[in-house]
Design a protein around this ligand. Structure first.
Ligand code: GLN
Length: 192
């Protein structure tokens, strides 16, 4: 199994480290040819406007879009979730646009309003997941076909799955809890 991590900008190194801990072959993706032969792709957190314009500038956007439409599993965290969404509240981001979700950027305020929340995520088992939210987006709406995997205590949706696409508003790569990465690998392997 070979998993690429989009490395245009943002927290890609932490995702690579998490995948290495899980014993998976992984490589940073910056160029079009590096998208060949992948079994899955992670779109990291960072700044969605920058990641989107770098994807366009390096000719990655169309290929990633068509790989997602053809069923390549993808996992987007924070800015990565914004990029997977079909509808983004802020029109300055051109998303990949493959998940039937509407997301709102910077939904919890500024950098200083970053927070950590213990999230119940039933598909990962009983133990709550440490959700780290940094200028995070939220999911305003998911169409049919979208399964909401996690909510904050007030009901706000913060993680979702649509077939082989997975998205979280928080940063699992900044914790020692590898369960969400493992869940993604199970999707890639067809076990989930
Ligand atoms: N605020 C960023 C954006 O809108 C996302 C932040 C993050 O990925 N931690 O793109």
């Amino acid at each position: 199994m070979k998993i690429g991590v989009l490395a245009s900008q943002g927290a890609f190194a932490e995702h690579i480290a998490a995948l290495q801990q899980l014993g998976v072959e992984t490589l940073p993706v910056r160029l079009l040819e590096e998208l060949t032969g992948l079994d899955g792709l992670i779109i990291p957190g960072g700044e969605s406007t920058s990641i989107s314009s770098l994807m366009l500038g390096y000719n990655l956007m169309d290929e990633i879009r068509s790989l997602a439409k053809n069923g390549l599993p993808m996992f987007g965290t924070c800015a990565g979730m914004i990029l997977l969404a079909k509808r983004v509240s802020d029109l300055s981001v051109e998303p990949i646009g493959v998940m039937e979700i509407t997301v709102k950027r910077n939904a919890f305020g500024r950098q200083k309003d970053s927070f950590e929340a213990k999230l119940p995520i039933p598909v990962l088992g009983e133990k709550p997941f440490p959700g780290i939210f940094i200028r995070a987006p939220l999911i305003e709406h998911g169409n049919s076909g979208v399964e909401i995997l996690a909510r904050l205590a007030d009901g706000t949706s913060v993680a979702a799955r649509q077939e082989k696409l997975l998205a979280s508003a928080f940063h699992p790569e900044l914790t020692n809890d590898l369960r969400l990465h493992q869940y993604f690998l199970d999707i890639v392997a067809g076990r989930q």
